[in-house]
Design a protein around this ligand. Structure first.
Ligand SMILES: *Cc1c(COP(=O)(O)O)cnc(C)c1O
Length: 426
């Protein structure tokens, strides 16, 4: 049995292997960016700008919807989708308690109140039964997050939304290309919101977002909203008339061109990623007490984040947080960069817990009582007993690295006596 790296043994993951770039930047990407710089069309509404419309056209086709609108980032994509669907001051928007803060902030940006619902312990996505319990006469919308890349239970959630007359925005920032029943996410709700921020599965060289929808009127409202509320017809002079409530939330042509170049390789990368990750998870499934993420038969997973839960089958008698911390220490020493994605449920993050907003108590003054601590027990349990891997595995050539990660897990599992000493209170 080889010595654990934490005690001075050789780490399972050799140092030179450890840093894997994401995104992968090729000459084609550089050429795409140069093409924009040379064109002189450096903003969305510049004469002769074509990159944004081209990315929108391609992404709409990829998501199998009629319309796509490029915007400045994924957060504003959610916010503008909510705004376009009529969500406004005092409305309640149901958001999963386990997500990135942006899923909840987007509601606040509309002066709406995020109401957090608990998740399913296996898919980590919204639990439709808990969503239903949190619906009130003020509920206007649900932000459904396809967390980590796995599509949420959209059939149940859409049925719920129909029954209660709610708008549904899919937060697909982590789920590019994932499908449910053969249909891509982003086209399953009333609107989809994607991020193409540099760390996402479809990355640009900075920030960007894409709103997808089959609803032409909604697409038009989002298009106006990104551009000060102006209706700009390509090829006609700008009249500077502000027709509707607007923001400056334009996607930039450089970002669009880079993302478009990445999109050329997206399917190839995705295919390699699926194979790399399946081979990795296959090995972890053999270890007792690790719950590797599963994929229900009707879905595909975009694997933006890999989340592993640990239970007492690994180390009998271990307290979840102590076991998680022991594993974090031992695995990181071996060169596996496991970490936590969300250290607290959104309900417990200061901005939402302390009800911060626009001042004067807005928009919270119209909200009901804040939830009691502990109102999202599944989210809290998942945060307590799981660790995640992010980013390195997105690289199409990460297969060998993931095999070394598997070596590290197996090595740590051979030393469960150490884990026991660290994680079980005598
Ligand atoms: C990244 C992310 C966002 C926000 O996207 P940005 O482009 O960074 O604004 C929203 N929701 C989820 C789940 C995300 O992962």
């Amino acid at each position: 049995m080889s010595r654990l790296a934490v005690f001075g043994g050789t780490a399972a993951v050799p140092r030179p292997l450890r840093s894997v770039p994401w995104p992968v930047v090729t000459d084609a990407d550089r050429a795409a960016v140069s093409r924009v710089l040379d064109s002189g069309a450096l903003v969305c509404n510049a004469d002769g700008e074509t990159e944004i419309a081209e990315l929108e056209r391609r992404w709409a086709r990829r998501v199998e919807v009629g319309h796509c609108v490029g915007v400045a980032n994924g957060t504003i994509a959610i916010a503008l989708a909510l705004a376009g669907l009529g969500v406004g001051p005092g409305d309640e928007v149901i958001v999963p308690a386990l997500s990135f803060a942006a899923s909840g902030l987007a509601a606040l940006h509309q002066m709406a109140v995020p109401v957090f619902a608990d998740i399913d312990p296996v898919t980590f996505n919204l639990d439709p039964a808990d969503v239903e319990r949190r619906i009130t006469p003020r509920t206007a919308a649900i932000v459904v997050v396809h967390l980590h890349g796995l599509p949420a239970d959209m059939d149940a959630l859409m049925a719920l939304a129909r029954r209660h007359g709610l708008a549904v925005v899919e937060d697909a920032a982590q789920a590019h290309g994932a499908t449910l029943g053969g249909r891509p996410v982003g086209g399953l709700g009333h609107a989809g919101a994607f991020s193409i921020q540099v760390t996402k599965n479809l990355p640009t060289c900075g920030e960007g977002g894409l709103v997808t929808t089959d609803d032409a009127a909604l697409a038009r409202r989002v298009r106006l909203a990104r551009q000060f509320g102006e209706d700009i017809e390509p090829g006609t002079p700008r009249d500077y008339l502000c027709e509707s409530f607007g923001w400056n939330a334009k996607l930039n042509p450089v970002q669009a061109a880079f993302a478009g170049s990445q999109l050329d390789r997206f399917d190839d990368y995705e295919k390699q990623r699926q194979a790399n990750i399946e081979a990795f998870l296959q090995r972890l499934r053999e270890l007792p007490g690790i719950r590797v993420p599963g994929v229900p038969a009707d879905r595909t997973h975009a694997w933006h984040v890999l989340r592993f839960r640990f239970d007492a089958a690994a180390v009998p008698g271990a307290e979840p947080v102590a076991l998680r911390e022991a594993l974090r220490r031992l695995l990181r020493a071996e060169g596996v960069p496991v970490g936590q994605y969300q250290r607290r449920s959104l309900a417990e993050q200061p901005v939402f817990r302390d009800r911060l907003g626009f001042g004067g108590g807005q928009p919270w003054s119209s909200a009901g009582e804040p939830p009691e601590p502990g109102s999202h027990p599944v989210t809290d349990a998942v945060i307590a007993d799981s660790l995640v891997l992010a980013r390195n595995h997105l690289h199409p050539d990460s297969g060998p690295l993931l095999q070394r990660y598997a070596d590290a897990f197996e090595k740590v599992w051979e030393h469960r006596d150490v884990l026991r000493a660290m994680a079980v209170r005598p």
